[in-house]
Structure formats: structure tokens, C-alpha cells
Write a protein that binds this ligand. Structure first.
Ligand code: BJW
Length: 242
């Protein structure tokens, strides 16, 4: 597996919430600690939820934004950034809405599910900038009325992709091209339950790439991965890449 990594010409690293877990950012589907074990996804992560109760949704994302701003990249993020200097080409594709890959030094990260730090108008899409500073939100957030769009006065929404929404077209096309063109994909810390992102490892394998999975739990990728490395990304990845 180490030899395959050394010989690879184009490596794709596909990350999910598990890569940020050791930074203290909760995953979605882990039992007990995952966000969906504690909060109702349908009341928080859909366009209908925002239409029904924008203050509930905005406040919950303010809490998550505060937690993300206080978090720091962990050894897995740093190992991925370092790997880019050791292989001819590397593309990081993340489902995460945090900026921990960028803060570890990765460039050109493809964000399939948006970026929490890039909110925009719910109606007209005009980008909006957060004020400087970290909001002080309690666990789970409180109701916070979202700001109004300076252009059309509609509410500003978090810059993420909710269930039922299409992925950003450019990012999805980049991800498809990278998955189909790579010769090795590392799938790290994703349950591979959310589509269409979960299709990418299969696309890579179908076009001849080797697939390495790093995850302490089993996933639907177990059967197609050439190597399954059970363990925490922040320990397994630096050990693999040193
Ligand atoms: C560790 C670790 C450690 C822990 N080290 N590992 C086909 C079939 C069925 C349904 C669909 C389908 N195609 C589309 C759908 C609908 C839907 C979908 O997939 N639903 C499924 C849940 C069934 N998809 C969509 O709606 C998508 N849009 C779409 O398809 O558009 C086309 C369309 C348009 C209109 C109508 C119809 C279709 C959009 C999906 C958007 C997902 N959004 C979220 C929230 C983002 C905002 C936010 O942050 O709040 O994205 S949901 C959530 O799941 C988040 C994540 O990015 C995403 C993936 O989760 P991830 O990263 O895999 O995290 P977990 O928690 O699931 O797993 C963590 C893993 O880490 C675990 O395995 C742990 O073991 C591991 N781990 N510690 C390494 N230390």
C-alpha cells in the first residue's frame, strides 16, 4: 500500500466529517456524539426547515461556526497537506463545510457541501460577510434572526448544501474529473451514505484506481476498497505517510 502511494501520479483524498473529529468538530452519524444523534436533520438541514424557522436554523449554524472557528487542524489535516508535496498531483475533495484543510495548508480544496464561512442570500444568492470575531453561542445554538440581504432584504442563509439541494456545479465537475482521473483514492472519515459524494470512490475504482479507506467503523466502501485501515485518521494517516 505504501508502494502504491509512492508510485501514484494523481492521488485524490476524499474526506468526510471523521477527518475533523479529532479537532473536536462533531461528525453527523456517529452514535451518541454525531449531530444527527442529538439534533433533527429535517428541522435544520433542509431548505424547508430554513423557510419554516430561519432563526432556529441560523442560530444552530452560528453555534457550529463558533465551534469550527475555535477548532484547529489535527495531524490528519496536516498529513494530507504534506502529502501534496510528495506526489505529482493531489486533489482534496471534502464533504466538510469547515476550513480545516485550508488552515493546514491544503490548496484548491473541492468543497462538495459548501463552506460554512461563505453565507449568501437565500433568495438572490448575494454573498454576505460575517462580522469579525467568534460568536458566543451555547451548545446547539439559540434562536438568532438571520441578517437581511443588503440587495433584496431576504434572509441570509448558511453557505452549506442542504438535503434536496444540488451540489455546486463547478465543484462537482472537478470532483468527477479528479475521481475518474486519479490512480489512487484515499477515502477518509466518511460514512459514504450521502449521495452523490458517495459515488466518487466507485467511480475511481471503475476507472482503475486503487482505493484506500481509513475509518474506525465499517462502511459501504469496505467491499470495494483495496485496503481498509481501521483507526482514527489523526493517528493512521501520519503513520502511513511519514
Ligand atoms: C472517523 C473518525 C476518526 C469518526 N478518523 N474516521 C440516492 C439515493 C438515496 C438518496 C439520495 C440519492 N441521491 C441523492 C439523495 C438525497 C440525499 C442523500 O444522499 N440522502 C442520503 C442520506 C440517503 N442527497 C442530497 O440531497 C444531496 N443533493 C443532491 O443529491 O442533489 C440532487 C438533487 C436535487 C434535488 C432533488 C434531488 C436530488 C445533497 C446532500 C447534502 C448533504 N448535506 C450535509 C449537511 C451539510 C451542511 C451541514 O454541515 O450542516 O452534509 S448532511 C451531512 O452528511 C453533511 C456531510 O457532508 C454529509 C456526509 O457525512 P460524512 O462526512 O460522511 O459524515 P458521517 O457522520 O456520516 O460519517 C463520519 C465517519 O467518520 C463515520 O464513518 C465514522 O466512523 C468516521 N470517523 N471518527 C476517521 N477520528
Amino acid at each position: 500500500m505504501v508502494a502504491a502511494l509512492r508510485e501514484a501520479r494523481h492521488v485524490v483524498v476524499l474526506t468526510g466529517a471523521g477527518v475533523s473529529a479529532e479537532s473536536g468538530v462533531p461528525t453527523f452519524r456517529d452514535a451518541q456524539t454525531g449531530l444527527w444523534a442529538r439534533y433533527d436533520a429535517t428541522a435544520l438541514a433542509t431548505p424547508d426547515a430554513f423557510r419554516a424557522d430561519p432563526a432556529l436554523v441560523w442560530g444552530w449554524y452560528e453555534w457550529r461556526r463558533a465551534a469550527m472557528m475555535r477548532a484547529a487542524p489535527n495531524p490528519a489535516h496536516h498529513a494530507i497537506a504534506a502529502l501534496a508535496k510528495q506526489v505529482p498531483a493531489l486533489t482534496v475533495i471534502t464533504q466538510n463545510v469547515d476550513d480545516l484543510h485550508e488552515r493546514a495548508g491544503s490548496a484548491g480544496v473541492v468543497h462538495l457541501h459548501g463552506r460554512l464561512m461563505q453565507p449568501r442570500c437565500f433568495q438572490c444568492g448575494t454573498p454576505w460577510r460575517y462580522p469579525v470575531g467568534i460568536p458566543d453561542e451555547p451548545e446547539g445554538g439559540r434562536r438568532v434572526t438571520p441578517p437581511d440581504c443588503p440587495r433584496c432584504a431576504s434572509p441570509i442563509r448558511p453557505g452549506v448544501v442542504w438535503f434536496g439541494e444540488g451540489l455546486p456545479a463547478d465543484e462537482w465537475q472537478s470532483a468527477l474529473a479528479a475521481a475518474a482521473g486519479c490512480d489512487l483514492m484515499l477515502a477518509i472519515g466518511t460514512s459514504a451514505m450521502v449521495y452523490p459524494a458517495a459515488e466518487l470512490p466507485q467511480i475511481a475504482v471503475n476507472t482503475g484506481a486503487l482505493l484506500v479507506q481509513i475509518n474506525p467503523q465499517s462502511t459501504s466502501l469496505d467491499g470495494i476498497a483495496h485496503w481498509n485501515l481501521p483507526g482514527a485518521a489523526g493517528i493512521t494517516l501520519p503513520a502511513l505517510l511519514h
